[in-house]
Design a binder for this molecule. Structure first.
Ligand code: FA5
Length: 343
């Protein structure tokens, strides 16, 4: 059994025992609740305690600690109920011995996942720069994931081995010329969806999950998040892009952060760049970007002679990892409470 399951069981038990003790209307009912939860032979606490043996060795100290805490919590709840009944008080009556101004028992409450916290912060920062959030589906079609982004039919990025196509025949390649569905590989799909439905000026971001059959390692995961940015208006150029990326990096990382752009290639931007920022003594890549290719503007019905724009796509996990010095992306997705509690 995993540590998390063990702790969840204990927490459920503590809640149920507290409720049962509180609901007991007389000492007989309280005693039968006590036997049910803490009976020496088959009490529920005993049954969970027996599972301690199946917990991994390294997790045992934490599991044992929580076991003792819950035992004490249940005992306290029992003592409170016994005291209440001894005073002849039943639910709903006022207990003169209870001081309602004292803090109650410590409640273990959940918190937002670090990636959700990062997403909220990114939305905040970009919101201050005038970028509003836009959404798109995670199951996409060929048009939005490739074709409208100037990625031609014969292009290695469409390889079935590099994409999660949704096909009735397993592992079958999509037939050219139709519009197969796939899990989106990039949030650039949302650029197209927004431009198809709105006229410039446009200044949006889109934050969401993307999927690639990448082998998981310290910096790669098959499901990860990207933040897409898109700005279209008259006269928007590469130096506007650099300004926005610099303001973003400085806001997110908190200091004056130098950034640099290097030439790169994406079919949907021309010129294309890779953006790096300087952090903790080294240059770190934070995503791809560029000036929106005129072919993309034409594909959505804009006039490339009238409007121009820039786009960027950043890896959210990588940003979160740099900021919190997380050394392995897999920590974000193994749901270990010891890791998650630190955020
Ligand atoms: C793209 O996905 C482009 N759509 C970015 C873009 C948008 C370019 C708009 C131009 C205009 P790329 O494949 O490099 O680019 O991915 C962008 C970022 O996603 C990477 O810099 C990295 O931070 C992150 N990333 C890529 N693959 C993974 C992975 N398997 N796990 C975690 N993060 C990843």
């Amino acid at each position: 059994m995993s540590l998390q399951q063990f702790i969840e069981q204990l927490d459920d038990l503590a809640g149920s025992a507290r409720q049962a003790f509180m609901a007991a209307a007389d000492s007989e009912q309280l005693e039968s609740a006590r036997i049910e939860f803490t009976g020496a032979k088959n009490g529920q606490f005993k049954l969970i305690q027996k599972q301690l043996g199946s917990i991994e060795r390294g997790d045992k100290p934490l599991a044992g600690k929580r076991l003792n805490e819950v035992k004490q919590e249940i005992q306290n709840a029992f003592d409170e109920a016994a005291e209440r009944l001894a005073g002849g008080q039943v639910d709903g009556e006022r207990d003169p011995k209870v001081d309602a101004t004292l803090p109650g028992p410590v409640q273990r409450i959940g918190r937002l996942h670090p990636i959700t916290q990062t997403i909220n912060e990114l939305k905040d920062i970009m919101g201050r720069l005038g970028f509003t959030p836009a959404e798109g589906p995670e199951i996409e079609d060929d048009w939005h994931n490739f074709k409208a982004l100037n990625i031609p039919d014969i292009h290695p990025a469409r390889d079935p081995l590099d994409n999660f196509y949704l096909s009735t025949a397993r592992h079958s390649a999509p037939s050219l010329g139709d519009n197969p569905l796939l899990m989106r590989t990039q949030t650039s799909t949302v650029q197209i969806r927004v431009m198809e439905n709105r006229q410039p000026p446009i200044r949006i971001i889109s934050l969401g999950r993307v999927y690639r059959p990448d082998t998981a390692d310290a910096t790669h995961f098959p499901m990860f998040h990207q933040m897409e940015g898109l700005m279209i208006d008259e006269g928007v150029n590469l130096s506007d892009l650099k300004t926005v990326l610099k303001l973003f990096a400085t806001s997110y990382l908190g200091d004056e952060v130098p950034i640099r752009i290097r030439p790169s290639f994406f079919p949907f931007t021309e010129p294309s760049v890779e953006a790096d920022y300087y952090w903790n003594g080294k240059w770190v890549e934070f995503g791809g970007a560029g000036v929106v290719d005129p072919n993309v503007l034409s594909a959505v019905g804009y006039d490339p002679d009238k409007v121009t724009g820039f786009a960027f796509g950043l890896g959210v996990e990588r940003l979160c990892m740099i900021r919190h010095q997380i050394t392995d992306i897999r920590y974000l997705y193994t749901n270990d409470v010891r890791f998650l509690q630190q955020f």
